[in-house]
Structures are given as C-alpha cells and as structure tokens.
Ligand binder design. Structure first.
Ligand SMILES: [Zn+2]
Length: 246
C-alpha cells in the first residue's frame, strides 16, 4: 500500500521475521502450467484463513506467505526472477507496504524488493478476498519498480510530492483491478476505513481509489477495455475523471 524506499539497516532485526524465496517456488510452479497468462488467484476461504492464522499464531508472516505465493504464481508470472522478500512491520494506519533496498540500489547490486506485512491484519480479521487484492496491489508496485533501469527508478524521488504519490498508488490499484482484483480491492478498502484512526481515512480516500471509484473503473473497462492503456499513462485522480474518460 505504502511505498518506502530505504536501507533495511535501520530496521530492528527482530522485525525481520522471515525472508521468503517464494519466486523459486513460483518458477517451479510456472513450469507446469500450459498457459503463462495471468489469472486471478484462488483466495482461501474464511475458514482456511482462520485455521492458518491460528496455526501460525506466533509467526503471522508465515501465515501470509502461502497467500502471497498463490497470488504471485497466478497473477504476476513476470516476477518469477525477482528477488522478493516478506517481512513484518507495525503501524496503526497501514497493513502492507512495498520497499526496495536503497543500499543495494546505490551499490549497483541486484535489486531486492520487500513486501512488508502488518501482523495486525490477521488479528483484525481482514476479508480474505480483500487481503488477496491488496497483495496484488503490492505486487503491482514490485512489477512497476522492477521494470526499466536504475536511472528510471531515480524518478521515484518524485514520490515526496503528494501528486506523484497519488498517481503511483492509484496506478497500482488500476493494475490490480485490471488483473481481476477489483471486487476484493473494494472489500479491502471498506474494511480498512474502519480499522485505521479516523483522521487517516481522508488521506486514504485521496491517495487510493475508493470502492465507488473502483466500481466506476470496472464498468468503464468492461465497456472500453482499451481505456486501461490510456489510464496507465494518465491515472485518474477522481471519480469525475473516471466517468468522463473516453
Ligand atoms: Zn501502494
């Protein structure tokens, strides 16, 4: 959900619960598929999710791992060779975020990406399809960041300006919707509005697509699928821009 670019040095080692080389697993899985086309991941049922959370009570990141694996395999086959790791973080207003290693970037080392998960997600019973959708949003960030070269990534400095942050976040939303996670993304947003401090709701509504905006996007894309390519270059920032798009 939130992108933070920085060195991992500042993080307490206790926060780094596990590093998941799940793309190796994804690569093995992809070999057995007859079609490389991306598909919506089959999200676990509420019962399965509860069982997994209970079974992994001391390691919520381990509970998140299978879900992230499933979504990566199904919907982001282009990330098979990316070095992606999963960690825990704590926050009152964010449940997921994507980072990359700034130090590895500066040292011209192979890029490494992190999807950070707030364990409170499980205690507060986020909807299963919503969790899948927000993972797809994070993987859309990773897919975007892993395209192009380091010079292009330097452009991320623009994220200090709110206008670019909005386009960056809504761009990831758009990608998740396009890959079939629109319904789940609406469920996630409805859940998150009631599980963050009240003063954080308006910033969320400004930065990300609201359920109403997601519905409008789904309807527009159904009528005019070509709009997706246009919106990738001109990310809509409000409902009117979505409704007036042609
Ligand atoms: Zn995001």
């Amino acid at each position: 959900m939130t992108l933070w670019c920085g060195s991992q040095r500042g993080l307490a080692s206790s926060q780094v619960l596990i590093a998941v080389a799940w793309f190796i697993f994804a690569a093995l899985s992809a070999q057995g598929q007859s079609s490389p086309a991306a598909q919506v991941a089959d999200c676990p049922t509420a019962d399965h999710q509860a069982a997994a959370t209970g079974g992994e009570a001391n390691d919520p990141i381990a509970a998140a791992r299978p879900e992230i694996q499933r979504i990566g395999r199904s919907s982001f086959p282009e990330l098979v060779h990316i070095d992606l790791r999963v960690r825990a973080f704590r926050s009152q207003s964010d449940y997921f975020r994507t980072r990359f290693s700034w130090s590895r970037f500066l040292l011209l080392m192979r890029m490494r990406y992190f999807v950070d998960v707030n364990p409170a997600l499980f205690q507060r019973q986020a909807p299963s399809d919503g969790t899948c959708a927000i993972v797809a949003h994070e993987l859309a960030h990773v897919a975007s960041l892993s395209r192009g070269n380091r010079i292009r990534r330097l452009g991320l400095i623009r994220l200090i300006f709110r206008r670019y942050t909005v386009k960056f976040e809504r761009g990831a939303d758009l990608e998740a919707i396009h890959r079939g996670y629109g319904v789940g993304l609406k469920a996630y947003r409805n859940w998150v509005y009631s599980h963050i401090p009240p003063d954080k709701v308006q910033p969320k509504l400004r930065t990300y697509f609201s359920p109403e905006e997601i519905t409008a996007i789904q309807m527009k894309l159904q009528e005019q699928p070509d709009l997706f390519e246009y919106w990738k270059r001109h990310v809509p920032t409000n409902l009117q821009e979505i409704q007036l798009a042609r």
